[in-house]
Design a protein around this ligand. Structure first.
Ligand code: CP3
Length: 355
């Protein structure tokens, strides 16, 4: 047992023995680039119905495993099940993504605070049932990953209602109302921690925390709203499951530099593994990577979609991370227009590579 790598690599079915194959899975590996996903999606009605239908969500989670034999399976769900389970209205609009009824003030927020945690967890029970199903159906060598969004990223959706809004509006709201801010972070840190703990209890062997919009935050705002809440969640989860491998993910925002912030996430949050986005300065991260941390990533989703320079970029990543524990993945979710043959080529290339 390689205790010092916190077992993330081992749990992903690989190990850091010199000539073994690199483990691989892809963010959003279950989804619209697979024709079999569309079949089930049609049957389920809305996207959230699919997330809350354990039979169909299990089937959809297994689809990429059956096709590509990935080393890990991530449960099919979404980061926005948290506001949904808290009673905020969440819809997914075909072709344009999530649409939420916005939380404007402390009165709106108070309505979401559950009088008892069981009401919240009961709503999410189908996710735990899906994990339980998956656990019994997955090959033993395949690691089961649970996940949640981090508070900041979820709050952007709760306050702005959709993706790609002006995040300054959200930030100003937080910076101008201390009481509101404390309340919403407390609520999310608590419920996200419980949701992750329940996913581990149901059989998840590792968890990933998505803070996709963290790259927008600068300086103290990053520490207050992204790093510290994630750290709290890691601490809460570890109180119950001290050895659970935890993967962190954050994305660069527009032209903001994400390199130092990524190092902060690696060094200060307590995560074991950093899922890198493709635009990061990989050499910088590698040169500053503390011992015993695992790297995940970070092929460009666009390269995988277009196939242009695909082999070259795959090999560059494999070469660059050959002396550290590394899980192959994309820098972000797989694009819905990705040809299946490109994914097949990726898996074959990674599996055939010799360190
Ligand atoms: O990785 C996996 O296969 C697990 C499933 C997963 C989904 N969403 C399924 C999904 C995971 C890990 C997520 C995370 C998620 N969801 C994030 C964080 C990661 C990231 O992408 O930055 C965010 C911000 C969301 C919120 C969300 N959900 C958006 C913005 C959208 C619309 C964008 C889009 O791609 O359509 C979703 C919808 C969604 N979540 C789909 C899937 C498969 C597409 C829904 C459909 O089938 O119509």
């Amino acid at each position: 047992m390689l205790k010092d790598s916190k077992l993330v690599i081992e749990t992903l079915g690989g190990n850091i023995v010199k000539d073994s194959a690199r483990p691989i899975w892809l963010m959003r590996q279950a989804g619209r680039y697979l024709p079999e996903y569309h079949e089930i999606r049609k049957k389920s009605g809305s996207f959230l119905n699919l997330c809350y239908n354990p039979k169909l969500a299990t089937e959809v989670s297994l689809q990429p495993i059956n096709r590509f034999d990935f080393d890990a399976s991530i449960v099919f769900s979404d980061i926005l099940v948290i506001p949904d389970a808290l009673g905020q209205k969440v819809d997914f609009i075909e072709g344009s993504g999530p649409l939420l009824e916005v939380i404007d003030d402390i009165q709106d927020l108070n309505k979401l605070i559950p009088s008892n945690l069981d009401n919240f967890l009961n709503k999410l029970n189908p996710v735990y049932e899906t994990i339980d199903n998956l656990k019994s159906k997955l090959p033993k060598k395949t690691t089961l990953i649970g996940f949640a969004g981090a508070p900041w990223t979820i709050i952007t959706y709760m306050l702005l209602g959709k993706s790609n809004q002006d995040l300054n509006i959200c930030l100003n709201k937080l910076n101008n109302d201390e009481q509101f801010t404390k309340k919403i972070f407390d609520l999310l840190i608590y419920t996200i921690s419980e949701h992750l703990i329940m996913q581990i209890k149901a059989g998840s062997e590792a968890i990933q925390i998505f803070d996709s919009w963290a790259g927008f935050l600068q300086g103290d705002d990053y520490i207050k709203y992204s790093l510290n809440p994630t750290k709290e969640i890691v601490k809460n989860v570890r109180l119950v499951y001290p050895d659970i491998p935890i993967i962190g993910f954050q994305k660069k925002y527009k032209n903001e530099n994400n390199n130092e912030k990524t190092l902060l996430l690696i060094n200060d949050s307590g995560i074991d593994c950093i899922s890198l986005e493709e635009t990061i300065d990989k050499e910088y991260i590698l040169n500053n990577l503390p011992k015993n941390k695992v790297i995940q990533g970070c092929l460009s989703s666009k390269t995988l979609k277009t196939g242009i320079n695909l082999e070259k970029e795959i090999i560059e990543i494999l070469d660059l991370f050959k002396n550290v524990p590394h899980i192959f993945n994309l820098g972000h979710g797989i694009d819905k227009d990705t040809p299946i043959k490109n994914v097949e080529f990726l898996v074959k290339t990674v599996r055939e590579y010799k360190r």
